[in-house]
Each structure stands twice: as C-alpha cells, then as structure tokens.
Write a protein that binds this ligand. Structure first.
Ligand code: NAG
Ligand code: NAG
Ligand code: NAG
Ligand code: NAG
Ligand code: NAG
Length: 511
C-alpha cells in the first residue's frame, strides 16, 4: 500500500523548474487571467515573466518580473484609434492589424535588455515557455531557441488559424472565426463569408504573416531555428478562457484546455466612500463601466451627453467608472471613480444592473456575482458576447451608435424591474461553476504535465500535420472521381463494342 502511494506521488509531483512567461499585450483585463496562473506556478517553481503590468508583490519570492510597460504602451497607443475602438472594420483588416501590432510588440519584448540576457545566454536553463496567444506566433520561437516546450495561453478564445495549428477540427458550417459576431447557427450568407475569410486567412498566414514572423524571430534569435510554422504546430498545450455560456461547445484535441473563472477572487470589503454610496442606494444602483480598453473618457461627446441625461432621469443611483477627476454636467445621483474594485462592487446587494461594454472578463465577473447586464459592445468579441447573453435572457444589448436616451433608460429599468434577467444570470452562474476540479487546479495540473513529459508529442493530433487538400479529402475525391470515370469509360466502350458487334452482325445477316 505504502509503495503504491509513493509511486503515485512520484508520478504527479514535479520538481521545482524554471518557467519563462511572455505576456506582452498591454491590455489590463487580460492580465488578470495570466497573473492568476503565474502566481500559482511561483508557489512551486522559479518563474520569470515579461509583462507590462508588474505585480510588485514582495511575498512572491519565486517570481521575477521584467516590466515592458513603457515600450508596450507606446506601441499600443499608436494603434489604438486604428482598430480597437472601431467596430465595423472588416475581419480581414482586423487580422492584418492584429498581426502588425504583434510585430511591433514582439520587437519591444525581444529588445528588452533583461530579456535578451535570458534568451541569448547559453547558460539559460528554461524548462517551459508560456506565451500569451494573440493571433500571431511571432514570439513562439523563443521556446525553440531555449529548447523548452511551449504553452500558449489566451484570455479569450482563439481564431480559426490557431485551432488549425493545434489540429483541432474546424467545420466551417458550424464554427465561425472569433472575429465574426455570428450566433450558434450561421445563415447561408454568413457561411459564405466564413468560407471566404477562411481561404483568405490561410493564404495570408502562409504567404505573408508567417514569413514576416519568421524573419523577425530570426533577426533576434538567430538563424538556427526550425521554420516558424513547425514551431507553431509543436505547441504542447493551449489554454483558452472559454466558458460554455459565451462560446459554443466545440471538438478539441486533448491539448486544448479551457480555463474558467481564473480571475474571479473572493469578495473583499469596499473602500469607505464606495460602500457609503452603495449602502445608501436603497432604491437600487446602476454600475457603469466601459472597461480598461474602451474607457468611458474616450466615447463620443454625443453619447456621453446622452448617458448623462439618461442617468439623471433614472430613479436609481449610478456608479460610473470615469477616467478623470471631473465629469462636466455630472448629475446628483452619479458617483464617479477612476479606479473601481469591480468584482466587489458587483457583489454589493444594491447593485441591480451592470452597464458594460461586454468585455469577457467584465461579463464573467457580473455572472459570478449574479448581476444582469445592459450591454453596449464596442470592439473585438464584445458584439458576440452580448448576443449570447441576450439569447439567454440575461441582458439587453444596445447599439451605441444609434441608441436614444429613452431606449437606454428603458433597457435599464426593464433589466432592474423584470426578475427574469436576474434569474437567468443565476442559472448561468450555476452552470458555470459546476466542475469536478477548480479551474486553477486543472490548469496547473496540465502545465506540470507538460513539464513532466517534456512536451506532449504523444498527444499531437495527426490533423495538424496534413495539408489542406488532404484534410478536405481532395486527394481521395480526385482518385475516386478518376476511378469512377474510368469504370464509366470502360463500360461505355464495352457496351459500344458489343452493340456494334450485334447490330453490325444483324446488318450483315440482313444484307
Ligand atoms: C518558492 O519555491 C520553492 C520551491 O522551489 C517553494 O518551496 C517555496 O514555498 C516557494 N515560495 C513561495 C513564497 O511561494
Ligand atoms: C511597471 O508596471 C507597473 C504596472 O504594474 C507600472 O505602473 C510601472 O510604471 C512599470 N514600471 C516601469 C519601470 O516601467
Ligand atoms: C547575442 O549574443 C551574441 C554573442 O554571443 C552577440 O553577438 C549578439 O549581439 C547578442 N544579441 C543581442 C540581441 O544582444
Ligand atoms: C518541439 O518541442 C519539443 C519540446 O516539447 C522540442 O524538443 C522539439 O525540438 C520541438 N520541435 C520543433 C520543430 O520545434
Ligand atoms: C486546488 O489547489 C489548491 C492550491 O494548490 C489546493 O489548496 C486545493 O486543495 C486544490 N483543490 C482541489 C480540489 O484539488
């Protein structure tokens, strides 16, 4: 018995190893997911991360943070107005922009002195590289250079191209790319768009993006590397933040794992001024925030005026996350704060509705605290998110470009006064937390599995290695068509031959 236990322990315990993490996109809400992972890993391992958001927590003695906040925010500011705040840019333009952003960010990362000292030193002993997944594989070659297995982690789902690289089946009839806001069933014209985008994106990846990524990687990491596409397909584990409410279930190979609730924390007491304000909101309170990317300070003047007027006419108190000290024309029932502990505010019993831009992390926080939503999507996956929540009866979606004051007010009043919304959010929350093991435990187990087995080559799907024409059975279909044509041809020739013989013979007899 004892021997058994010891053997089991030996298999599941990983010795302390060196882990390198690269989380380069300077968009704060995403980092709450990554921080949860590397904090947990640093309890047992030596972890070094490149990040624009240091935790600076002296209690995390095994964690080294390389702060790239200056360079990363400079790059990010330059492109922000281009594609993040605009919702109606076509998907193929967005994909191109996302790649261009990744090229610039990767150069910030690869130019960082303390990071060069790690990847360029022959003495570096790194056992695992974790890279933030954001469309482009440009930083994956760091793992190949250091000879370590690669783990990708995304704070959302991923696009079709990443699913393909992992060998995930991706039937185009039922799964649209993450950049499309389609619901669970696509209409014919949406499917056509989906197929055309798929063909274009594969072309773009293979002939434009990958060669460029490869070139950037070689510039910094040297020429002694496999081609970037081979590195991309060699990823050992892909961790996604997909939850069964917002993302349709899909077939995944064993190395694609979904994480949930990574950034949800236990409820903490509120700061005094916020607590006082919300305690006094006996009639109910609206919490309004557009998150850390959109920011309510950036919205058009016209929309801001409309919101102010609507809030002033509501019979509720309003807590507004506003990124300035002063909101001109602020109504009496509105309280503004530059930084708001969102998870704790949403847990306050007087908060009855969350007016949100529908970012994934915000929605998840509202669901976990049981607060129904009014959604005004701006960018990225937000349109898709609010569509799902509306289908589930947990939110009302509004279009910020066309919404009127009355529509906005009515949506808030409807969500607060109709109990259906709250009940549906609670139903979703119950589904969401029902798992055999907490998400963080599953995630850490999988990461340590990769470390224990030095990669997951044994779990690699053969789909990752076949070309598109093999995957779509074009070769089989061609051979079968050829065979059928041959049979038909032979039959035709035989029948013709027999007929001419019989008819020909008959003719001779007649004559
Ligand atoms: C640091 O890592 C070691 C293992 O290498 C572990 O024993 C220790 O508890 C860790 N310290 C903290 C504060 O997580
Ligand atoms: C490091 O990160 C923090 C955010 O966590 C940021 O406020 C700070 O300016 C950064 N420090 C440097 C030296 O870039
Ligand atoms: C990496 O190291 C080599 C020498 O070992 C040096 O020539 C090269 O400039 C270094 N690369 C960077 C980016 O510092
Ligand atoms: C694939 O990853 C393993 C580690 O998991 C590594 O040993 C191998 O060299 C990698 N191959 C390529 C082509 O990157
Ligand atoms: C999950 O992980 C934490 C921290 O390592 C541990 O304390 C807890 O017991 C684990 N829970 C389960 C159900 O394994």
């Amino acid at each position: 018995m004892k021997v058994c236990t010891i053997i089991i322990c030996l298999c599941t315990i990983v010795e302390s190893v060196n882990i390198l993490g690269i989380f380069h996109l300077p968009s704060y809400s995403h980092h709450t997911v990554f921080q949860a992972i590397y904090k947990a890993l640093s309890k047992h391992h030596k972890v070094t991360v490149v990040t624009p958001f240091s935790l600076n927590d002296p209690a995390l003695v095994n964690l080294t943070e390389i702060n790239i906040s200056d360079g990363a925010s400079r790059v990010f500011k330059g492109i922000e107005s281009l594609f993040l705040v605009e919702r109606d840019i076509p998907s193929h333009v967005k994909l191109r922009k996302a790649f261009e952003l990744s090229y610039k960010l990767s150069e910030v990362v690869l130019n960082e002195r303390r990071f060069i000292d790690i990847y360029n030193a022959s003495t570096s002993e790194i056992d695992l590289v974790i890279v933030q997944e954001f469309f482009s594989p440009v930083l994956y070659p760091v793992a190949a250079k250091l000879g370590a297995p690669l783990v990708g982690v995304s704070s959302m789902g991923v696009g079709t191209l990443r699913h393909l690289a992992m060998g995930n089946p991706n039937p185009l009839a039922t799964y649209s790319d993450i950049l499309f806001p389609h619901g669970r069933r696509m209409k014919l014209f949406q499917k056509i768009k989906n197929v055309l985008y798929y063909m274009w994106s594969r072309y773009y990846l293979n002939f434009e993006a990958l060669p460029k990524c490869d070139q950037i990687a070689r510039k910094y990491l040297g020429n002694d590397l496999p081609y970037i596409q081979d590195i991309e397909k060699n990823m050992s584990l892909l961790l996604l933040t997909t939850n069964p409410i917002l993302y349709e279930p899909r077939p995944n190979v064993p190395t694609v794992i979904s994480m949930e609730q990574m950034h949800i924390k236990p409820v903490k007491p509120l700061p005094k001024d916020l607590k006082q304000f919300l305690d006094s909101a006996k009639e109910g309170a609206v919490y309004f925030s557009l998150g850390s990317n959109v920011k309510s300070i950036n919205i058009p003047e016209k929309l801001r005026k409309l919101l102010i007027e609507a809030f002033a006419e509501l019979p509720y108190k309003v807590l507004w996350k506003f990124e300035d000290d002063n909101l001109p024309g602020k109504p009496k029932n509105v309280f503004i704060g530059k930084w708001i502990p969102q998870q704790d505010v949403l847990a306050h019993p007087n908060v009855k509705v969350f007016v949100t831009q529908c970012g994934l992390q915000s929605i998840e926080e509202a669901i976990s605290r049981g607060v129904p939503m009014v959604g005004m999507p701006f960018i990225a996956d937000q349109t898709r998110n609010i569509r799902r929540l509306s289908e589930e009866g947990a939110a009302i979606g509004l279009d910020h470009t066309t919404v009127t004051k009355e529509e906005f007010k009515n949506a808030i009043i409807e969500v607060i006064s109709n109990p259906k919304y709250k009940e549906n959010v609670k139903r979703l929350a119950d589904i969401w937390v029902d798992h055999p093991l907490p998400s963080l435990n599953r995630t850490i187990w999988w990461i340590e599995y990769v470390i224990r087995h030095k990669g997951t080559k044994h779990l690699r799907s053969p789909t990752a290695d076949v070309s598109w024409f093999e995957y779509l059975l074009v070769d089989v279909i061609l051979v079968l068509l050829l065979a059928i044509s041959l049979v038909i041809f032979v039959l035709y020739k035989t029948v013709k031959f027999i007929l001419t013989r019989i008819c020909g013979g008959a003719k001779i007899k007649q004559n």
